[in-house]
Design a protein around this ligand. Structure first.
Ligand SMILES: Cc1cc2nc3c(=O)[nH]c(=O)nc-3n(C[C@H](O)[C@H](O)[C@H](O)COP(=O)(O)OP(=O)(O)OC[C@H]3O[C@@H](n4cnc5c(N)ncnc54)[C@H](O)[C@@H]3O)c2cc1C
Length: 525
């Protein structure tokens, strides 16, 4: 086996081959004549010391030898699954797309039904939200090809590594055009300028091997018996309904498809309430975060925009930063008119002058008391009521209510607001009155704790923006742990974030792969 080493490099030497070689030699065991090609297997930034350094695990080959590239996963796919047994997938997000690829690999035909548009046409819908405040309920930052993951930050790390084949999902992204750095970085990310192409390439693979993707087609109804799902009713772009029958049905509709939960409820499909979190998005100047994290007045070349992760406990509940987007943009992620929902995205270079992060509080049963009449949808109605209150504070556009961080803590309306990346604009508003009190008072305390943990974080230069409400689904569609089948309807496979089994791009992708394998095991015997 080729020897591997843990080495450190200053940022200035990141792309210097000689510096890399010298770092390996400094480790001792190898003489210069023994060092040939060097491959970086793992790379992370360590900013704990006085100066940040890159830490790397590298593998070294003797001179004259070469690393053999692994065969692409897609090279092993069957040529054409068009006439194989069909599996319907509702939703073309990461869960749906990775399920489709896995099904093809296993010899089944995926038919993806997606209410939104393909990545290219979807850009026009995003422009309409950003510039004119018009929200298309079928095509927006959450709905459309690639799902909520396409116009996102594209962070690819997950805490649920054990839940699936993380490496395979990363390899598939790289095979479809994501930068190869994602295979070595401890915190890989792709960026919204690259993701649409990666997603479009994945679509091409699915189509080339005989799968189907129907954009602008929406699941609007279903047929069931007491014991199983029989068919789905799909509405096509012309508004006509048709029946879709398949061997199995993967529901990968994401956490914002509230009409899907309503549809399932109408058909008495078992669901349950699930914990989630809600709060605000906080935006700082990126140079300030860099100064704090890297201890440098100006970020050194080769160092990426820095990030943070903060967590505290206030009155027995977690308050935590979530989905941090260094060098990113705050975006309007509403899925229906009349609501304000914000989220974060970035480009691959993460070079905007802003750093933003969701800052949220765990929602508990006591918060949901006023919505108790909605039963398992109490959390969803709680979410919706906050989103609508945020909208009502504005002028009917997607302008979001905001306060300076220091004013927010003092329960004051800001006289003016710092610059922002949020294109629809911000308006000063009494967020302290608009957020549920149990959430506000914990955020109020929490951000001051964050300021003590990270000196400089608590500043009047930061904007607090309402509202970060779609952190995860407030509803779970249950399934058997082993077979992935719904407990009452064996052909139904709840999947991804909307079913409550994922919380990000990679965990949704892995869930899609797992579900596809479970289906193949049943259908192919
Ligand atoms: C702006 C933004 C930035 C984000 N950044 C990151 C990040 O950096 N890293 C990360 O890990 N996660 C991020 N996330 C979260 C991540 O995108 C989601 O966790 C992930 O996309 C969930 O995947 P999914 O496939 O389960 O569902 P989704 O991606 O939500 O996909 C569901 C799909 O189902 C479709 N659909 C819904 N209802 C129907 C219907 N009735 N008929 C047909 N189709 C339907 C929708 O149109 C949608 O395309 C971000 C999310 C947003 C909104």
């Amino acid at each position: 086996m080729s020897p591997s080493f843990e080495i450190k490099l200053p940022p200035a030497d990141l792309h210097d081959v000689e510096a890399l070689r010298n770092a390996v030699l400094r480790q001792g065991p190898l003489a210069p004549a023994d060092v040939g090609e060097i491959r970086i297997e793992r790379r992370s930034i360590d900013a704990r010391g006085r100066q940040p350094v890159f830490r790397m695990r590298v593998v070294v080959l003797p001179p004259g030898e070469e690393f053999t590239p692994e065969a692409p996963i897609v090279a092993g796919y069957p040529e054409d699954v068009a006439s194989a047994p069909a599996v319907a997938i509702i939703g073309c997000g990461p869960a749906g797309m990775f399920a489709a690829l896995e099904l093809i690999e296993l010899g089944l035909k995926p038919i993806i039904i997606e209410r939104g548009k393909d990545v290219q046409a979807r850009r026009r819908s995003l422009k309409a939200i950003q510039q004119f405040g018009i929200v298309d309920p079928d095509s927006n930052y959450c709905f459309g090809e690639g799902g909520a993951g396409t116009y996102s930050d594209g962070k690819l790390y997950t805490r649920s590594l054990k839940r699936g084949n993380y490496q395979k999902a990363l390899n598939l992204l790289a095979e479809h055009g994501a930068q190869s750095d994602i295979l070595m970085d401890a915190h890989p990310h792709i960026g919204s300028n690259k993701l649409p192409k990666v997603v479009a390439n994945m679509r091409e693979t699915i189509l080339k091997h005989g799968g189907e993707i129907r954009f602008g087609h929406k699941m609007t109804d279903l047929e069931r018996t007491d014991n199983d799902l029989q068919a789905l009713i799909i509405t096509n772009p012309e508004g006509e309904d048709y029946r879709l029958e398949a061997k199995a049905y993967i529901f990968a509709t994401g956490h914002s498809a509230r009409d899907v939960y309503a549809l399932l409820y109408r058909h008495k499909v078992r669901m349950e309430a699930k914990p989630f979190a809600l709060g605000v998005r906080i935006e700082h100047p990126q140079p300030l975060i860099d100064q704090i994290q890297y201890n440098q007045r100006k970020r050194e070349e080769n160092l990426p925009a820095s990030s943070y992760k903060l967590v505290t406990q206030v009155k027995d509940r977690g308050v935590f930063s979530f989905c941090m987007c260094p060098g990113g943009l705050v975006v309007p992620a509403a899925t229906a008119p009349g609501e304000i929902v914000v989220n974060g995205m970035s480009l691959s270079r993460r070079d905007s002058p802003y750093a933003n992060s969701g800052t949220v509080v765990a929602v508990e049963i006591e918060d949901l008391q006023p919505f108790a009449e909605h039963g398992i949808f109490a959390g969803l109605e709680f979410q919706r009521s906050v989103e609508q209150k945020m909208f009502a504070s504005g002028d009917g556009s997607q302008s979001a209510p905001a306060a300076r961080l220091t004013d927010f803590v003092k329960s004051r309306i800001s006289k003016d607001l710092p610059d922002t990346s949020y294109i629809p604009g911000l308006h000063a508003a009494p967020l302290h009155q608009m957020l549920p009190q149990s959430i506000f008072m914990r955020l109020q305390q929490g951000v001051q704790d964050f300021g003590r943990k990270m000196k400089g974080y608590f500043t009047e230069e930061a904007n607090v923006i309402g509202t970060e409400s779609r952190t995860s689904s407030p509803v779970r569609i249950p399934r058997d742990q082993e077979s992935y089948q719904h407990p009452d309807l064996p052909s139904l496979y709840p999947c991804g974030e909307g079913a409550g089994f994922a919380g990000g791009i990679l965990s949704a992708a892995m869930d899609g792969q797992n579900v596809a394998r479970a289906i193949a095991a049943r259908v192919m015997g």
